[in-house]
Design a protein around this ligand. Structure first.
Ligand code: PLP
Length: 386
């Protein structure tokens, strides 16, 4: 085997993206403007939501969502124990408390059976993460949320394109927050989008996205704009730019194709690994699809002589980039020390964290690269059977 280097992620950008961006650069207007409006409208139609609001990150989207639903100091917001820090840090912006809920071992999504025991009088919302791009159990989560009067905010940073019981992501929760960060399934470098059907929240998030300036103040430099605006609150600087929107429009055109390419890589991995009992494969429930943002393997530690870290090292030695999604939040010093989270309260997350790692999966990953990766994984398993 000739050694190669296969990075964990590689961007997929075509000539349409480049042409769109060059058009904006030549247009005389670079920040939020007509391309952003077009991108929001295309995204809104794609998801079927009533409102789509572009922002400069999913983190900003989550922050605006919590602000719009009225999270205050002392409130509690439920968050899955295994996610990226952005899902929980936004709760801390309000001096509210993220309350961690353990995840399911198979899908790695929040376990609905454990939600109710975490609900107190202070609980106001649930941030639901669709791990690796697979929607969580929304039917059950909605039932619990309705019963206790909680808002559901979906962290859909991984979730494009995906369906749940035949419905596209974007209308599964009260507010849905998307990421267009460089490694996500729609890439604008940095960027995000919020969808909701609630006109009050949508109006509030639009105002707070741009300095708390009242409606459409961003148009003030355009032909149809006016110099007059009013600041109605201390807002944020979370708008995106027409340069990002130009990338987003081209990426949206190839979204389904890119999803199919990822699915093909996932199918090749699953085919290659299905006969190896040492490897636990991703589980996708039958009433939903996944975007395959991540392909996460779970090692059977009893069947192998080496652990997860050594397995990753061996893949690294073969030139295969990997990562771990995610270090559980309660293991990070900030969350552990501030909220006194204890490892023993999250047995499924601990079980997962010992054995998970993510393989490269992206539209531009070539067939021979997939073969190199599967051959490498098989060779490491064969050399390390317990
Ligand atoms: C990437 C990610 C985010 C943050 O997205 P940004 O657009 O970078 O702010 C939030 N949640 C999860 C689960 C993520 O993976």
């Amino acid at each position: 085997m000739v050694k190669r280097f296969i990075p964990f992620h590689r961007a997929y950008i075509g000539k349409e993206e480049i042409r769109n961006v060059v058009d904006v650069l030549k247009s005389g207007w670079h920040t939020m403007g007509p391309k952003t409006v077009q991108f929001e409208e295309r995204f809104r139609v794609y998801t079927g939501a009533k409102f789509a609001i572009s922002v400069n990150s999913c983190t900003a989207a989550l922050h605006l969502a919590l602000e719009a639903v009225g999270i205050k100091a002392g409130d509690e917001v439920l968050v899955p124990a295994i996610t990226f820090t952005a899902s929980a840090e936004v709760v801390c912006y309000f001096k509210a408390k993220p309350v961690l809920v353990d995840v399911q071992r198979d899908t790695m999504n929040i376990d609905p059976a454990l939600i109710e025991q975490k609900i107190t009088k202070k609980t106001k919302a649930i941030i639901v993460v669709d791990f690796a791009g697979q929607p969580a159990d929304y039917q059950e989560i909605r039932r619990i949320a309705r019963k206790h009067g909680l808002c559901i905010i979906e962290d859909a940073a991984h979730t494009l394109p995906t369906t749940y019981k035949g419905k596209r992501v974007g209308t599964l929760a009260d507010i849905t927050c998307f990421s267009f960060y460089a490694t996500k399934t729609l890439d604008t470098g940095e960027g995000g989008m919020i969808t909701t059907d609630n006109p009050t929240w949508a109006a509030r998030m639009k105002v707070m996205r741009l300095h708390g300036m009242n409606k459409d103040a961003w148009k003030r430099y355009s032909k149809e704009g006016s110099w007059f605006y009013e600041v109605v609150d201390a807002g944020f600087k979370y708008n995106t730019t027409d340069i990002n929107a130009a990338l987003g429009l081209a990426q949206l055109d190839r979204l389904e194709w890119m999803g199919a390419r990822r699915a093909a890589v996932a199918a090749a991995y699953t085919k290659a690994f299905t006969s190896l009992p040492e490897l636990g494969l991703p589980v996708v429930k039958s009433d939903r699809t996944t975007s395959w943002h991540l392909y996460v393997l779970k090692l059977d530690l009893k069947a192998l002589k080496i652990g997860r870290n050594a397995f990753i090292q061996e893949l690294n030695a073969l030139g295969v980039g990997t990562s771990v999604h995610f270090i559980p939040l309660y293991r990070h010093p900030f969350y552990r020390d501030t909220f006194k989270f204890r490892v023993k309260d999250y047995p499924n997350s601990e079980w997962l964290y010992e054995r998970i790692f993510s393989l490269p999966i992206y539209p531009g990953l070539k067939k021979d690269e997939v073969k190199y990766i599967t051959d490498g994984v098989k060779a490491i398993v064969a050399a390390n059977k317990a």
